[in-house]
Design a protein around this ligand. Structure first.
Ligand code: ADA
Length: 558
């Protein structure tokens, strides 16, 4: 299922996860592949970059509207229902829906034509320092609908001076047939509201705004990640037409001068960058493995995770909500070259990614900041305009969270006055020779003089590489686990000791596969900077991370 909890009580939902037929383009291979999954797991498609079609039959008991929900398809999907194209979606890392307004009872053929090629049409997916897998990589569901549906809810809660929260709820309804008057009710933390819905014509979409106060709630925070169920119900003539649940939290995240405050108290971010990737499963990870990742991070004293470099699986965010991790979620753009950033199609695809990310994930209390454009062009006037536009779009879509971007344009960045939080990617003693403490001090002085003054600073990446199992205890050469531990220890000490820095995300949690085009820069065709390897076996540096993070948090993040 797409989420880790039941989103609907009365709406009928069927999981379409399991074995599907898989046909590779231009070659007759009769394969079966697990959904969710990456096709690279099948020996026949281990290195296939191209098009392949997933097929399965579905049975409908009755006529009526049907909603197909996809958590994620990597990276372009064309959905066919009985051979007819009914939907299309680009981008591996956001979900999408296909609404079939009138389907008939009986057996139907559902097909998804998946393309993971790097082409002109896919500006966000280029050969990169992580792998673009192929397949239906996140769960799929089929929902049977009635005359109207609750299409979406946005929950916002703002703390008032009296210590209570004022809730504003935006509920989007969609009529699938002509509807008479209906009643919408919503309830959270024991407080409920109702709202009359005037008759709607078939196809009409109506957004309702509800606001109310709630008292006596427990705030969400890493030490007490208290979640509440938000329950909405749509009724007509006393019968429930549709319902929708979400899990929400009450907390405030704000920037106050140079501090990041959670529930009005300064927080120190001790985090990891984490790609969705696993040695065996690729990016299609199971909830058990996601939870294991978070447990491992917690055992090293972390309280935060950055979803580099794209929106994550909703189930991972559900786990962060439950386990109390603060999340930096970012849209999908890693070090894109200038010629891509200047394409009109890029502007369109990144704007859509922003919209989808916020629409799909804004209710997660764990998300504490949004990020854009990792290591893109912040050193030019064109880049300034690009960053301003993207940060502006996120602020408009969600005014409740700080926005940031991770930059590596040391001493050339022109955009440091644009975000709420300034974030630096630095690799002293790995890519740069200078010792960590000096490197950091010099950079922070420069960055305060060039726009960062008065804002919080995060170190969004530090790290070093080690090939798992390669030891060199005396010489401590690069790529040995010993050298990685030495470098990371020095970097972390410098960063944690610097009062100007509000926190750090280590690059990176686990080793990840990279696209073939990066092979000559990346031993094993992997980015080997993980503190654990791709199967989550700890490298030597884990001990240093655990010691330093735990000392910094006073053991409170464990
Ligand atoms: C960058 C980038 C990461 C990764 C890292 C590295 O800072 O943001 O995606 O490529 O460098 O390993 O070099």
């Amino acid at each position: 299922m797409i989420r880790l909890f039941r989103e609907h009580e009365t709406r009928r939902v069927y999981s379409l996860d399991g074995l599907w037929q898989l046909q590779r383009e231009n070659r007759a291979l009769d394969l079966r592949a697990l959904v969710p999954g990456v096709w690279e797991r099948l020996p026949e498609l281990a290195d296939w970059r191209g098009v392949a079609t997933y097929s399965r039959n579905v049975r409908l008991e009755a006529d009526g509207p049907v909603l197909l929900r996809f958590g994620g398809v990597s990276h372009t999907a064309e959905v066919l229902w009985d051979g007819e194209a009914v939907g299309r979606h680009y981008n591996a890392f956001t979900g999408f829906e296909v609404l079939l307004t009138q389907s008939s009872a009986g057996e139907h053929l559902l097909q998804v034509r998946v393309d993971n090629r790097f082409t002109e049409a896919s500006t966000l997916h280029i050969p990169n320092d992580y792998m673009t897998y192929g397949g239906i990589t996140r769960p799929v569901e089929m929902h049977l609908l009635r005359q109207a549906r609750i299409a979406h809810m946005t929950f916002r809660a703002e703390e008032t001076d009296a210590g209570s929260f004022s809730v504003s709820l935006e509920v989007e309804l969609q009529a699938l047939a002509d509807c008479g008057p209906m009643l919408l009710s919503a309830c959270v933390a024991g407080t409920g509201v109702e709202c009359d819905v005037l008759p709607l014509r078939r196809g009409e979409i109506k957004t309702l705004h509800l606001s109310f106060d709630v008292n006596g709630i427990e705030r969400w925070c890493p030490a007490n990640p208290r979640l509440y169920t938000l329950d909405a119900r749509l009724q007509a003539e006393g019968c429930t037409v549709d319902d929708l649940r979400d899990r929400v939290g009450f907390r405030t995240i704000k920037v106050e001068g140079t501090r990041i405050e959670l529930n009005r108290r300064p927080v120190k971010i001790l985090g990891f960058n984490r790609h969705e990737d696993h040695g065996q499963l690729g990016c299609a990870m199971t909830p058990e493995l996601m939870e294991h990742d978070l447990q491992l991070m917690r055992s090293m004293g972390a309280n935060a995770v950055r979803t580099c470099h794209y929106p994550n699986d909703a189930r991972f965010l559900d786990l962060c909500d439950e386990m109390g991790f603060m999340v930096w979620e970012e849209h999908h753009a890693r070090a894109l070259p200038g010629e891509i950033l200047r394409k009109p199609l890029f502007s369109e695809q990144i704007a859509k990614c922003n919209e989808e990310m916020i629409r799909q994930h804004a209710n997660h209390p764990s998300i504490c900041m949004w990020g854009v454009l990792n290591e893109c062009e912040t050193e030019t006037e064109f880049g300034r305009e690009l960053y301003a536009r993207n940060l502006g779009q996120l602020r408009k879509l969600d005014p409740t969270r700080p926005v940031t971007f991770a930059t590596c344009r040391h001493y050339t960045d022109l955009c440091l006055d644009l975000p709420d939080i300034v974030s630096w990617n630095i690799y002293p003693q790995w890519y740069e020779d200078e010792p960590a403490a000096e490197f950091l001090r010099r950079l922070l002085v420069w960055s305060d003089a060039h726009g960062a003054a008065g804002r919080p600073v995060l170190i969004s990446e530090i790290g070093a590489g080690a090939i798992p199992g390669y030891h060199d205890p005396l010489r401590r050469g690069k790529w040995s686990e010993e050298r990685q531990a030495d470098i990371l220890r020095d970097q972390l000490r410098a960063v944690l000791a610097d009062k100007r820095v509000s926190g750090v995300f280590i690059w990176q949690f686990a080793d990840v596969r990279v696209d073939e085009e990066w092979a000559m820069r990346r031993p094993r065709t992997m980015n080997n900077k993980g503190v654990v390897d791709e199967y989550r076996r700890p490298k030597m540096c884990c001990e240093a991370v655990r010691d330093l993070f735990t000392r910094e948090s006073g053991g409170n993040n464990k």
